[in-house]
Design a protein around this ligand. Structure first.
Ligand code: 6PG
Length: 229
């Protein structure tokens, strides 16, 4: 059974502050409980604000493994790269952290997805690795990670990571519900008035919105006032 909490803040900056605080707490609890912290980051602009706060936060980086819930099939030096952006804004300056970016430039993205699954199991066990924390965003269409409305990836029950495409046809890699919903904690970082309708739909249980089916043990929505209006 999933525990769901909605927290509303006046500004995106306050959302980022709450996200960074939650990241530190999850990291320290995980390391105390089982010696490591396994986290999956998302893309998007809201997490980016939290990255700068985490640069000076007391995170046990040397016991931290960073994965990504999704990424775009571009090189890490591309501004669209979720892994590249997190590395430039934070991770490349954090001593001791272990990062596990997906192989987004592989010619065979299905093989890259399988490799990502194997890497997750090597770090967090299996058959379904339990991530300590997953950060997710949500698009105005209710997508989360790269799980888009009407996508075949939504009905995947076996694979933990799959190759998929965004509505614009851009190739992506994404974690699937079996992996995301096995996480101890999911935190949504959602800001902007353009998300208000999708949020209301998720709160009403609209099954056509991919974010609705995220049901980890603890799901915390960090929202700004514009989204939660
Ligand atoms: C991606 C993200 C995606 C993002 C949402 C929200 O790779 O695009 O993972 O799921 O979280 O699109 O993005 P914003 O936070 O920028 O609105």
């Amino acid at each position: 059974m999933s525990r769901v909490e909605f927290r509303v803040f006046a500004t995106p900056a306050e959302v980022a502050e709450a996200a960074a605080e939650g990241f530190v707490a999850a990291a320290r609890n995980a390391v105390a409980a089982h010696g490591q912290f396994v986290v999956a980051l998302s893309g998007g602009r809201t997490p980016h604000m939290a990255y700068h706060l985490l640069r000076t936060a007391p995170v046990p980086w040397s016991q931290t493994h960073v994965f990504w819930g999704d990424d775009r099939a571009v090189p890490q030096d591309d501004p669209a790269s979720n892994a590249g952006e997190a590395r430039r804004a934070l991770l490349d300056d954090m001593d001791g952290v272990t990062i596990h970016p997906m192989d987004c430039v592989a010619l065979d993205l299905d093989a890259a997805a399988r490799d990502a699954e194997a890497e997750l199991r090597a770090v967090a066990g299996g058959p379904v690795p339990v991530l300590d924390l997953v950060w997710l965003g949500m698009g105005a269409d209710g997508h989360t990670a790269s799980l888009f409305p009407d996508s075949p990836a939504l009905t995947e029950t076996e694979r933990l990571v799959v190759a998929t495409t965004a509505p614009d046809g851009a190739a992506r890699l994404t974690m699937t519900y079996p992996l995301l919903n096995a996480a101890r904690q999911v935190t949504f970082l959602v800001t902007g008035a353009d998300k208000a309708v999708a949020l209301a739909g998720v709160q009403a249980g609209d099954p056509t919105l991919p974010a609705t089916a995220i049901g980890a043990a603890q799901v915390t929505w960090l929202l700004d006032a514009a989204t939660a209006r």
